[in-house]
Design a protein around this ligand. Sequence first.
Ligand SMILES: CCCCCCCCCCCCCCCCC(=O)SCCNC(=O)CCNC(=O)[C@H](O)C(C)(C)COP(=O)(O)OP(=O)(O)OC[C@H]1O[C@@H](n2cnc3c(N)ncnc32)[C@H](O)[C@@H]1OP(=O)(O)O
Ligand SMILES: Nc1ncnc2c1ncn2[C@@H]1O[C@H](COP(=O)(O)OP(=O)(O)OP(=O)(O)O)[C@@H](O)[C@H]1O
Ligand SMILES: O=C(O)CCC(=O)C(=O)O
Ligand SMILES: [Fe+2]
Ligand SMILES: [Mg+2]
Length: 331
Amino acid sequence: TEMSRAAERLRLLINHLDRPSDAIVSFESHPLICKTQGEYTLDTDLLTPEQRLSYEQNGYILIKNLVSEEDINRFRYTHTRLCRQEVKAPGLVTMRDLAILKSEFVPDQRAISKIQDFQEDPELFRYCTLPQILKYVECFTGPNIMAMHTMLINKPPDAGKKTSRHPMHQDLHYFPFRPADWIVCAWTAMETVNRQNGCLVVLPGTHTGTLQEHDYPEWEGGANKMYHGVRGYDSQHPRVHLEMEKGDTVFFHPLLIHGSGMNQTQGFRKAISCHYASADCYYIDVNGTTQENIANEVKEITMRKYAGQEISFQDSWAFRGRLVKGERTSL
Ligand SMILES: CCCCCCCCCCCCCCCCC(=O)SCCNC(=O)CCNC(=O)[C@H](O)C(C)(C)COP(=O)(O)OP(=O)(O)OC[C@H]1O[C@@H](n2cnc3c(N)ncnc32)[C@H](O)[C@@H]1OP(=O)(O)O
Ligand SMILES: Nc1ncnc2c1ncn2[C@@H]1O[C@H](COP(=O)(O)OP(=O)(O)OP(=O)(O)O)[C@@H](O)[C@H]1O
Ligand SMILES: O=C(O)CCC(=O)C(=O)O
Ligand SMILES: [Fe+2]
Ligand SMILES: [Mg+2]
């Protein structure tokens, strides 16, 4: 991986030479290309040496109490209103859990296990622009920051078929942009999350590996749409359950293998998240790679959503991404 990362940097530089000169601002001096110490983080005076080392080694850092109770309560209120369709946000994607797909639909947060693409809802999108979050994000992405993907996960009480689980996966599987080291996810607990209600489970250190092949897990009760899992991951690898309190935030690398267990409580476990990438990242062609399967699924869905219009996997990302800091140089 050391070699492949060096090769990637070289490829980036070459790629830059092919661009129109106004496409990217002083790319050769990009702080992440120039960084000398620390493979995955930048020295912005925010992370302590221990935190930097922890991200280098584990692929995540957990910051306690980063988002205020007041903000989280506002996000919860907005979430309720969006689910009840009292407010609308263009582009919003809602997902119902497999277990209740065939039941009668009532517009309520209990029927919606996940909303995605809330970039057009000013109140929820405020999460992605919180200065205390962006300060951390910048340590991974550098100064030009795009919010590429937004989610509010409302893990329902498991209906008995274990469909509330999220299989072990690497988020990079979904992303047609690189380099991976310039992408980071911020995931904030909206209440206490623990083993009982299905907290995040991570395999520390797996971010130093490569992107694995993903597919639907062979689970008896089935798996939710697009919930691909790493094929044949090492079940002996040490696992860490990230138990968190309301407002605690974990930042993790897109190659880190993670998932979440089933919700064995009667409550709906809530978390809000955003995937950020450096605006200096570039799109890749995923044809002929392990990502082809997810690209085809996404194309199929966008085709249905936008009345038969063919939208490329890359364009569906360019379209949803929003600049939150600096300049929109490439993505
Ligand atoms: C611009 C559009 C963008 C499209 C989405 C792109 C998403 C890319 C993923 C990014 C993730 C990046 C970060 C990593 C995150 C890792 C993950 O989170 S993996 C899980 C990601 N899951 C999703 O992204 C699911 C997104 N959900 C949806 O797109 C929709 O909810 C939907 C599943 C397509 C359903 O929406 P809708 O079309 O409104 O619903 P219906 O018309 O009722 O159903 C259509 C069709 O789909 C079947 N279905 C519905 N829900 C589920 C489900 N939970 N599991 C399995 N299948 C489901 C339903 O039965 C219908 O099928 P039919 O054959 O047509 O009857
Ligand atoms: N067969 C499997 N293949 C892939 N991932 C799995 C499999 N079984 C469980 N997982 C994943 O492992 C993680 C932990 O799941 P699980 O529900 O078993 O909880 P747990 O952490 O083992 O907690 P507990 O032991 O208390 O049940 C989740 O991400 C889950 O989706
Ligand atoms: O909140 C969860 O259960 C995990 C979600 C996740 O990993 C994802 O959507 O990428
Ligand atoms: Fe994930
Ligand atoms: Mg278990």
